[in-house]
Design a protein. Sequence first.
Length: 278
Amino acid sequence: MGLAKRIIPCLDVKDGETVKGTNFINLRSAGDPVELGKAYSEQGADELVFLDITASFEGRKTFTEMVTRVAREINIPFTVGGGINELADVERLLHAGADKVSVNSAALRRPELIDEITTRFGSQVCVVAIDARMTTDHSPRTAHHHPAPESPANNGQWTMDNGQWLCYLKGGRERTERGLFEWAHEAQERGAGEILFTSMNHDGVKEGYANEALRQLSDSLSIPIIASGGAGRKEHFRDVFTEGHADAALAASVFHFGEIPVPELKQYLKDEGINVRL
């Protein structure tokens, strides 16, 4: 049957408050991070992700005290991201109660950060988050272009049929010329333990995950893929596992605003034949 699929609520935190919008704009309050984290832990969520969504954009460190408060209230694996640029940041957050850290912008700018984290703390600590958008702009890709090796799963096709997936920095605010698939492959080669892929095309739209891209990632990499961006109905979670081949599904607003309770979702998935932990 394989490993159980994971359901992961995400706390997008700004100014000490959980918020949710579309592509990190038009934000509305979703509640207190500590109370939400405790509730999800009690409801049977498999893990929890805490993202300080403006830390990188504002050039500051993750709010450590809030991380500590959340960690005290939960008993499930806890991943923290936002503003992580060096080993000292990782050590500070692990001491604050995080089990894993999520690196995004800093790793894209300096990929060696992944090697440093995994060498010091182990691959299981390092989640590489990738915010990417499908674009039909076929302008030359020059910066950081390192073609990934071909494999039977992808036949060398590291772009989709009608465009290409490009990575973004600073919570989707700044485009790079780095391709999603080649960067994910490099992150794995550098020792990342998991990839957290957010489709900026799908984030906040609630019309389903980017299953085609997810399937290509999952089938070409050997490390777990966490899907993010697009959950709106229970069927979307089923599809991300059956069609997108994801190992875990992350969502925010459908949980925060009570649209899909975690226990109800997991029972639905079990009834659909998907291996989840109840």
